[in-house]
Design a protein. Structure first.
Length: 483
């Protein structure tokens, strides 16, 4: 399991009046959703504005008070019911994801199932969200974990369903209300999820979905004084803006941002297994994954052999209709993303290339570049497409140096049979999520997040609920009145 997330590019643009002055454009009142595989219009949905955000926050605040007052067992039962309803609609949600995001149907089913599992896992934490008793003189001291209030979740377009749930499930479990702003290109699954929450019996307005333009609805959510925390997944550029805007109110912020993850293959590894696993480590979701292992670092003594094995594996990847059960890789999300990916690739550069459909759709073939300068843009910047580079290294020290030669530090893989080396390199690589002889990055029961420019804070895992609480300290004196 190595499926993840990213980028709402439009959120990076200036907002409001300054945007219109700078670019001469006003925002549309509707969002048009395209099928990335066909470029056909799937749906149009209203785009929320600042007034809509303000009204939603007021509704959420009222719903949150009632939700937090429920007995923990009752909140847990409602969340489990929500998980059950999602499970009953996994295929529907998956097909929506195929149409709006271009995900292969197998991936989309996994994503919908992941939402179900996240809700179940979070429900199990409701009655275990305990404080502590701290020894003090003269009385009893206890800590209480209280919900923050209203939480804003800004979800990306690359994994719309699961990442929306990463913030939503633990926030609800901890007693908060949630306003979810999906990416402009992928609002449909989020809207359906909110409907399923009501079907499951969750209170009205507890989970609200506000599709909208990032610099309008997104900014309004980040800057609203009634929103206690923002959970944002997207580009590092936009993450910095979210942090800056939220800081004016000392707002809590969790940021899961970009990545340029290494896949380090040592000579003592199972080279056949490493080469076989390498393609989908960066081609899953068409490379639109900030945990994608797009920097393949191979020890020089096995470099040529690795490429010999990698070439047929890349060339055999089936790219096509995401609704076809056989398809391994679908299209990119949009024409904007397609042009971005193309800007990184010199078609005359040496390497390995697979095949992709021609005609309508945002298609780009699986691509591996060789002979690349380690300092080149394609080697150090996040392409966010089906493009990887192979870089040779001599020894362990150089492998670590190359792995760390990027501003990002989200994920990575280490292929070796030497346990000592695996531990040494894991300790030396500056990344939040590492796998040995594997490309796994995300499990809902383990923490996830990055070092350096890959973000702030952690999501998922046993501490997820606590990240949506305030710690209150209460001292109770046991000393009698003075005689």
């Amino acid at each position: 399991m190595s499926r993840e997330h990213e980028h709402e590019q439009s959120y990076a643009e200036p907002s409001g009046e300054s945007y219109e002055k700078s670019y001469g454009r006003s925002y549309e009142s509707e969002l048009q959703v395209l099928n990335p595989a066909t470029e056909e219009v799937v749906a149009t949905v209203p785009a929320a504005g600042a007034a809509d955000v303000d009204a939603a926050v007021a509704r959420a605040a009222r719903a949150q008070v009632r939700w937090a007052a429920l007995a923990p067992g009752d909140r847990a039962r409602l969340l489990r019911r929500f998980a059950t309803v999602v499970d009953e609609h996994v295929e529907e949600l998956a097909q929506l994801e195929v149409r709006e995001a271009g995900h292969t149907v197998g991936n989309a089913r996994w994503e919908a199932g992941n939402v179900r599992d996240l809700l179940d896992y979070a429900a199990g934490g409701v009655e275990r969200l305990t404080g502590r008793q701290i020894p003090v003189a003269g009385g009893l001291d206890v800590t209480i974990l209280e919900p923050l209030g209203v939480v804003g979740v800004i979800a990306p377009w690359n994994f719309p369903l699961p990442i929306a749930a990463w913030g939503t499930a633990p926030a609800l479990a901890a007693g908060n209300a949630v306003i979810l702003k999906p990416a402009e290109t992928t609002p449909l699954t989020a809207l359906r999820l909110a409907e399923l929450a009501l079907d499951a019996g969750l209170p009205e307005h507890l989970l609200q979905v506000l599709p909208g333009h990032g610099p309008v609805a997104g900014d309004a959510l980040v800057e609203h004084p009634g929103v206690a925390k923002i959970v944002f997944t997207g580009s590092t550029t936009v993450g910095r803006q979210v942090l800056a805007k939220g800081s004016a109110l000392l707002k809590r912020v969790t940021l899961e941002l970009g990545g340029k993850s290494p896949n380090i293959v040592f000579a003592d590894a199972d080279i056949e297994a490493a080469a076989a696993a390498a393609p989908m480590a960066f081609l899953d979701n068409s490379g639109q994954d900030c945990c994608a292992r797009t920097r393949i670092l191979v020890q020089r003594s096995v470099h040529d052999r690795f490429l010999e094995l990698l070439a047929p594996a890349i060339e055999s990847v089936l790219v096509g209709d995401p609704a076809d059960e056989r398809t391994q890789m679908g299209p990119l999300i949009s024409d904007v993303q397609l042009r971005r990916v193309r800007s990184y690739v010199d078609t005359a550069a040496p390497g390995i290339r697979g095949k992709a459909p021609e005609g309508p759709g945002f298609w780009f073939p699986p691509t591996v570049l060789t002979g690349v300068d380690p300092r080149a843009r394609v080697a150090v910047e996040e392409v966010f497409g089906p493009v990887a580079v192979v870089l040779p290294f001599e020894d362990e020290a150089e492998a670590v140096a190359l792995a760390n030669a990027t501003d990002y530090g989200l994920s990575g893989s280490i292929w070796t049979r030497d346990v000592g080396r695996a531990l040494r390199v894991s300790g030396a690589v500056r990344a939040g999520n590492l796998s040995v002889n594997s490309h796994s990055s995300v499990r809902y029961w383990t923490p996830f997040g990055g070092f350096k420019q890959s973000g702030i804070g952690r999501e998922l895992g046993p501490d997820a609920l606590a990240a949506f609480t305030e710690t209150k300290n209460v001292f109770i004196s046991t000393e009698g009145p003075a005689q």
